[in-house]
Write a protein that binds this ligand. Structure first.
Ligand SMILES: *[C@@H]1O[C@H](CO)[C@@H](O)[C@H](O)[C@H]1NC(C)=O
Ligand SMILES: *[C@@H]1O[C@H](CO)[C@@H](O)[C@H](O)[C@H]1NC(C)=O
Ligand SMILES: *[C@@H]1O[C@H](CO)[C@@H](O)[C@H](O)[C@H]1NC(C)=O
Ligand SMILES: *[C@@H]1O[C@H](CO)[C@@H](O)[C@H](O)[C@H]1NC(C)=O
Ligand SMILES: *[C@@H]1O[C@H](CO)[C@@H](O)[C@H](O)[C@H]1NC(C)=O
Length: 239
């Protein structure tokens, strides 16, 4: 959130990596106690985070460097701090194109309003430390969708989550539903493409972006998804 973005994220990143390791070691056993029929497929792990959480998951990607098999990392309006040089510790952005290697395909969703001025509060996703720069710095394959109008940084949250979040960042005064439908939809379509052996939905969102529930800039991509990317990750039954 706007007024907390300078705080140190080192511990959160470390904790999130611990959780990931715990999941790997224990989730099968823990779930089987309650739901004996359910078998989690740990070959299909995705990291998704919004705002500072977007920075956290992308930072996890760098620190993990392929040591835990994850399938994709998705940043929803990720923010790396206040501005270049004043980044939340540990800084993720390098400000050099094609240098951030997540080792997996990534998706970035941004909002143009995020970097616009708003009375009383600092910008929620300042221009040089948000989605555009992440997209530049990331190594392919990476895809980017930017919401051009109306909806802002906090509109990814559900309606009624917290009234304060509507004041803090520029965004819609009305229902956030179209934005959450778009953000949820594009994430689901990307996951289908990455781990679901089905690129149809994502290709459709990318190509027919004009029929999204929100107004989008032309989507960007660097590189292509590897052919049958999902098949490079063995399905649970094949292990
Ligand atoms: C952030 O936290 C880490 C771990 O405690 C520490 O090593 C680092 O110096 C902190 N950074 C700042 C800017 O305080
Ligand atoms: C990531 O791992 C590769 C080996 O898989 C290694 O060559 C590379 O130096 C590592 N990068 C970092 C930043 O640790
Ligand atoms: C990214 O990292 C992976 C794993 O270490 C490595 O195989 C790949 O070559 C790297 N990509 C680039 C463009 O450096
Ligand atoms: C963003 O970066 C550009 C290029 O380095 C610079 O000209 C501009 O002043 C920066 N904007 C802010 C708000 O720091
Ligand atoms: C992936 O999709 C293709 C085309 O629909 C199909 O032939 C193939 O069997 C599927 N693979 C898996 C592992 O589901």
């Amino acid at each position: 959130m706007g007024f907390t973005i300078s705080y140190n994220a080192t511990h959160e990143i470390r904790d999130a990596i611990h959780v990931l390791k715990w999941i790997q070691a224990n989730i099968n056993c823990a779930i089987s106690v309650v739901f004996p029929e359910t078998k989690p497929d740990l070959s299909k792990l995705a990291l998704v985070g919004h705002s500072r959480g977007g920075k956290v998951v992308l930072s996890m990607g760098i620190q993990l460097n392929g040591t835990i098999p994850i399938s994709t990392i998705i940043g929803l309006d990720p923010v790396d701090g206040d501005r270049q040089g004043i980044q939340t510790d540990p800084p993720v952005l390098t400000f050099k194109e094609n240098t951030l290697n997540m080792t997996v395909p990534t998706l970035i969703v941004g909002t143009r309003h995020g970097s616009e001025n708003w009375p009383l509060f600092p910008q929620c996703a300042p221009e040089n430390v948000s989605h555009k720069q992440f997209y530049k710095d990331l190594i392919e394959p990476v895809y980017q969708f930017v919401v051009a109008k109306e909806y802002g940084h906090m509109d990814i949250l559900d309606d009624g989550i917290c009234e304060l979040t509507e004041l803090e960042c520029m965004g819609t005064a009305g229902s956030r539903a179209p934005m959450s439908r778009f953000a949820g939809g594009v994430v689901a379509a990307f996951l289908q493409a990455i781990v679901g052996n089905n690129t149809c939905f994502f290709n459709d969102v990318f190509t027919n972006y004009e029929s999204a529930p929100v107004i989008l800039e032309v989507p960007q991509q660097k590189g292509e998804l590897p052919q049958n990317h999902n098949l490079q990750v063995p399905l649970q039954d094949e292990l």
